[in-house]
Design a protein around this ligand. Structure first.
Ligand SMILES: NC(=O)c1ccc[n+]([C@@H]2O[C@H](COP(=O)([O-])OP(=O)(O)OC[C@H]3O[C@@H](n4cnc5c(N)ncnc54)[C@H](O)[C@@H]3O)[C@@H](O)[C@H]2O)c1
Length: 596
């Protein structure tokens, strides 16, 4: 029989603690909520009241239930109040010495059978446990932020945590309506070990002015469907907490440079820019604790008129290529009212592309998203050609041919001869350096990357890649075109993986390494990222969809360009590709898709 938890203690009522109090109180469990001072207790109480009031306002909680919930919480200063609880969860700042001191004190205060749990994100639960005389009753219960919302709990057992304590805590998680994954004590557990390298990398992109905060965040939200961008997430986590987690992970997790906190984080912490909780972090908030972002001096100024910032007028667009991307891009431009010339390598290919565009547009009509007139008008705007000479008088060329540098360079050299001056020449490459393509022409200032995502008609993001030779006018034109297409254009430098792939694939690769090290299972890792971080798909689901060969190729490019040892492709990924396990397209990748 699992142990009954009728009363629990929560120590530290900051970002996490206040949310954890709510989780227990909502589920009918009495809570003794402890802080260091009366003022800190008041802050914790205000967080809980604010959160439950919002739930009432949204109709998610009845007023009477809110009152009952609040009545279950006993607010106290000092640990002595915890003498009779069955379980304590500690959620004080991420410092080992502080946590050890608190656990030694809890050991003295709490009744002998009480379970002592830490919500640490990265510290060793084992090291915390040995500060007590009952390490077999110490366990990690790692909630995710915001605790009342996120479904995942990582239950961390050390080598000495007793099996019945683990079982009791697992049963408790179920009672709280959470999904638990039980794992051993390793820096960052599952989710943070996969998340924090990515967050740190995003901060380094921002620090080096590779892209703006808005563009980095928009890229990951729109390109990967994440609930929030990495910099907004840093603000939610709290920069002080994030710093400590990174620092611990760096020291405990094999000194992976990717976890060495980017200097800017420390500077921001020192300057008191802690994120939402202090009202300012990467973004500025209405007031401390508020989720509402307000404009500040870094907020981009919208020019209103699309041509206001030196963009050239674009009416006629040439699209070269006959694959999936070219087909989608033709549809996007034609629907947006541009006159389009599609150029392929032969009449047969043109006929196929034309058919594919028609089919896709027809789907839009069937789904009620497009009228028949608009479909016909869009098709009427496209001219089908098999010769580049027809691009002599277009204003913009979008190249979407095979991903081979020699082919793209030869094409750009031809475009240079054929196209009129002032034309913007864009490549949709996802992995080649845009500058290589640009230098195949005599007009590198007019060349830019326009990285569309697949399927182009649906994905709202375009990465606008500026080389060191791209002119401000060309870049402004690219931005204006994306806006006219109804896409969000994010501007970045010409580095391998641009924004999205550079941030996404190392994370996927890390997940493979975690699986390879037998730390957890593919199912649990997928759960952790979906339920702990709100990702639409787990890393193994996504790898199987993207294709393991494609993922390996991108990861190799990133590794070769940056020579970052942590980016070296996971051997398991290489072996699966060698074995022909490429994901859904071959019927088997990390999972077997033939049986489903
Ligand atoms: N922020 C996140 O997204 C997140 C997510 C999961 C886990 N965690 C972990 O949760 C823990 C707490 O992090 P946080 O972000 O909530 O920190 P926080 O800084 O927001 O809150 C910590 C609270 O602990 C209180 N405190 C400090 N010393 C205390 C003491 N001796 N007794 C009682 N209270 C004390 C502080 O007054 C503060 O209110 C850390 O271990 C962190 O790694 C954080």
């Amino acid at each position: 029989m699992a142990r009954e938890f009728t009363s629990v203690g929560v120590v530290g009522l900051g970002t996490m603690g206040a949310g954890i109090v709510e989780v227990f109180a909502r589920n009918g469990i009495d809570v003794v909520a402890v802080e260091i001072s009366a003022a800190a207790v008041e802050r914790g109480r205000a967080t809980l009241t604010g959160s439950t009031d919002r739930a009432v306002a949204k109709g998610k909680l009845a007023e009477a239930d809110r009152d009952a919930l609040l009545a279950r919480v006993d607010w106290q200063v000092g640990l002595d109040a915890l003498h009779s609880v069955d379980l304590v969860i500690e959620a004080v700042p991420e410092h080992l010495d502080l946590k050890q001191r608190i656990f030694a004190e809890l050991d003295r205060v709490c009744k002998p059978e009480a379970i002592l749990a830490t919500n640490t994100s990265s510290l060793s639960v084992t090291e915390i446990s040995v500060a007590t005389t009952r390490p077999n009753q110490v366990i990690g219960i790692h909630f995710f932020n915001p605790a009342p919302v996120m479904k995942l709990v990582e239950v961390v057992r050390t080598v000495v945590t007793s099996a019945d304590v683990v079982a009791d805590v697992e049963a408790l998680c179920e009672r709280l309506g959470k999904v638990d994954v039980t794992i051993s004590d390793r820096a960052g557990f599952i989710a943070n070990a996969l998340l924090f390298g990515y967050l740190n990398h995003a901060v380094s992109m921002f620090e080096s002015r590779y892209a703006t905060r808005e563009d980095i965040d928009a890229a990951m939200k729109l390109g990967c469907g994440l609930p929030m961008g990495p910099l907004a997430l840093m603000d939610l986590i709290g920069l002080d907490t994030a710093y400590e987690i990174l620092d611990t992970m760096y020291r405990r997790g094999g000194r992976d440079r990717r976890h060495a906190p980017v200097p800017l984080i420390k500077q921001m912490v020192t300057a008191g820019l802690l994120g939402r909780k202090s009202g300012r972090g990467f973004y500025t908030y209405e007031r401390p604790g508020s989720p509402v972002v307000v404009p500040d001096e870094h907020t981009p100024v919208t020019t209103g008129g699309a041509l206001a910032d030196g963009a050239r007028a674009i009416a006629k667009v040439g699209i070269v290529g006959s694959g999936t991307m070219a087909t989608g891009i033709i549809e996007v431009f034609a629907k947006a009212g541009y006159e389009v010339i599609s150029v392929t390598r032969g009449a047969e290919k043109s006929a196929k592309v034309c058919e594919a565009v028609k089919t896709s547009l027809n789907k839009g009509v069937v789904r009620g998203k497009l009228s028949e007139e608009d479909r016909d008008a869009a098709l009427g705007r496209v001219t089908w050609s098999a010769t580049l000479d027809h691009l002599a008088d277009v204003d913009l060329v979008v190249e979407a041919v095979v991903e081979e540098l020699s082919v793209k360079k030869a094409l750009f050299a031809s475009l240079d001869e054929i196209c009129k001056p002032g034309v913007v020449l864009a490549t949709t490459t996802s992995s080649l350096p845009v500058i290589d393509v640009a230098m195949a022409t005599q007009r590198p200032a007019d060349v830019v990357g326009l990285h569309f995502f697949n399927p182009a008609p649906i994905m709202p993001l375009v990465e606008i890649v500026q080389t060191i030779r791209t002119s401000a006018e060309t870049s402004a034109t690219a931005r204006a075109v994306c806006a006219a297409l109804g896409k969000t254009g994010v501007v970045c430098g010409d580095r391998s993986g641009f924004i999205v792939n550079a941030l996404l694939f190392p994370y996927l690769n890390d997940a493979v390494k975690m699986l390879e090290a037998s730390y957890s299972t593919a199912d649990d890792i997928d759960y952790a990222m979906k339920l702990g971080c709100g990702y639409p798909m787990g890393p193994f689901e996504l790898l199987d969809v993207v294709g393991l060969d494609v993922s390996l190729a991108i990861q190799r490019e990133l590794y070769l360009e940056l020579r970052e040892p942590g980016f070296a492709p996971a051997p398991l990924l290489e072996h699966l590709v060698t074995a022909g396990y490429l994901g859904r397209k071959s019927g088997r990748g990390f999972r077997d898709h033939t049986k489903r």
